[in-house]
Ligand binder design. Structure first.
Ligand SMILES: Nc1ncnc2c1ncn2[C@@H]1O[C@H](COP(=O)(O)OP(=O)(O)O)[C@@H](O)[C@H]1O
Ligand SMILES: [Mg+2]
Length: 334
């Protein structure tokens, strides 16, 4: 059994969601017999233990005498490699992807460029950089309009659908780009995918991951234009995960194969949720989330439960994987 520091909260707009995920992970670890220390990361960036004592960090000094750290942080300053780099400097093993995998999966443009180079199927897309937009917006718009309508306009590095908007008419494109540029100086505009939104959960070391059963995101809204926006994600009852997803055996095998390949290609480790659009036999990768929602009712836990891995076993396996990786990395010369 290990002494595990669970990090929750953080500076992103997903602070509260992270606290709920962290509480579930802590309970799961305790149920599996681990000793848990909860660390709250405040919105202003400070770290404190549950008794309110500020946490002092010393490079090379580990974290609160713990064997391993379980960051349960979503979005910028937590899921994007920043906290992972800090944990590397503290020299403490941690659950989940290292700096590179975390950063790659947080940046939609870099991630999609990497998947494109590897031939992983995905929607067509165009990058929009603030400087190009300011220099010649007509030129940018003509590139973007070639994607057809609707297009999906997104800040390159956020999560929880924040700053994302579908543009259904040509007039909606420029305001959507302006809005996304307020969140990030790099924006991605994507062609629209159709079909089932499918999710699968990846678990294991970077080069030998296992992939769970597949679920379908079903929105409970009756609005025909509804999509998986912030409200649908976080309003209780806003969505349901249907497991197994109603897709063909060929599509299912393809989702699982692509999830594992994308996980390895993007230098992930430990865990990720892989999201797809499935239309008949066509499977397009949408994204990998390296620290997905982690309550017992979140997709990641439910998908493993449906695949025969109970929640306490799941969090325990992740701790074991973190310790194994740290051991492997220590054995390498640098
Ligand atoms: N290219 C697309 N085609 C169709 N729907 C999309 C597309 N991109 C995003 N969406 C919708 O928007 C949601 C959020 O987009 P996503 O890229 O997953 O952002 P986030 O990282 O915030 O979850 C998706 O779950 C889906 O419902
Ligand atoms: Mg998503």
């Amino acid at each position: 059994m290990s002494r595990v520091a669970v990090l929750g909260g953080g500076r992103s707009s997903e602070h509260d969601v992270s606290l709920r995920s962290a509480a579930a992970v802590a309970a799961g670890l305790r149920a599996a017999g681990h000793d848990v220390v909860e660390v709250d990361l405040a919105r202003d960036g400070g770290w404190a233990t549950r008794d309110g004592a500020p946490v002092a960090l010393t490079p090379g000094g580990g974290l609160l005498g713990c064997d391993v750290v379980f960051p349960v942080l979503h979005g910028p300053f937590g899921e994007d490699g920043t906290v992972q780099g800090l944990l590397d400097l503290l020299d403490v093993p941690y659950v989940g992807s290292p700096v590179l995998g975390s950063a790659v999966c947080m940046d939609k443009l870099v991630f999609k460029d990497l998947m494109l180079a590897a031939g992983i199927p995905q929607v067509a897309y165009e990058p929009v950089h603030a400087r190009d937009w300011e220099a010649d917006r007509e030129r940018v718009l003509s590139r973007v309009e070639a994607l057809g309508l609707p297009v999906w306009v997104k800040p390159s590095r956020l999560g929880s659908s924040v700053g994302i908007a579908p543009a259904r008419t040509p007039e909606e494109i420029a305001p959507a780009i302006e809005d996304a540029l307020r969140h990030d100086a790099r924006v991605i505009v994507e062609a629209s995918a159709v079909g089932v939104e499918a999710e699968t959960a990846v678990l294991g070391s970077g080069d030998a991951p296992t992939v769970s059963e597949i679920g379908q995101i079903v929105l409970t809204s009756t609005d025909p234009d509804a999509w998986y926006d912030y409200e649908a994600k976080y309003t209780p009852g806003g969505m349901e995960l249907r497991i197994p997803a109603p897709i063909s055996p060929t599509a299912k095998a393809r989702v699982q194969e692509l999830a594992a390949r994308a996980f390895t290609l993007s230098c992930c480790d430990g865990l990720a949720r892989a999201d797809f659009f499935v239309h008949g036999e066509e499977v397009l990768l949408n994204e990998l989330n390296t620290l997905p929602g982690f309550t017992e009712t979140s997709a990641y836990g439910k998908l493993w439960e449906a695949s025969g891995v109970a929640y306490p076993d799941l969090v325990s396996r992740l701790v074991a994987l973190a310790l194994e990786r740290h051991e492997r990395e220590r054995a390498q010369a640098f």
